[in-house]
Design a protein around this ligand. Structure first.
Ligand SMILES: [Ca+2]
Ligand SMILES: [Ca+2]
Length: 89
């Protein structure tokens, strides 16, 4: 598989490995989101309010959970930040 296709497959796989743990299989609830952020992005979710703020930012349709589209939007936004970082240094 090409590199970009592999990256996409991993994005999908990571989402489902967290979203399928509780409740709606295709959405991340607060604790699933916390697990994903802490494990995959090494964001410290220790502070409860931060996760709550993050959920509110990510939850574009306001249903209280993060669906695949909202997750991809987050990953794309973070990828752009990384890209700027690499261009600077
Ligand atoms: Ca879920
Ligand atoms: Ca949502």
């Amino acid at each position: 598989m090409s590199q970009l296709k592999t990256a996409m497959a991993i994005l999908i796989e990571v989402f489902h490995s967290y979203s399928g743990k509780e409740g709606d299989k295709y959405k991340l609830n607060k604790s699933e989101l916390k697990n994903l952020l802490e494990t995959e992005l090494e964001i410290d979710g220790g502070e409860r309010r931060e996760i709550k703020d993050m959920m509110r930012d990510l939850d574009a349709d306001g249903d209280g959970e993060v669906d695949f589209q909202e997750y991809v939007t987050m990953v794309a936004a973070m990828t752009m930040v990384f890209n700027e970082f690499f261009q600077k240094y």
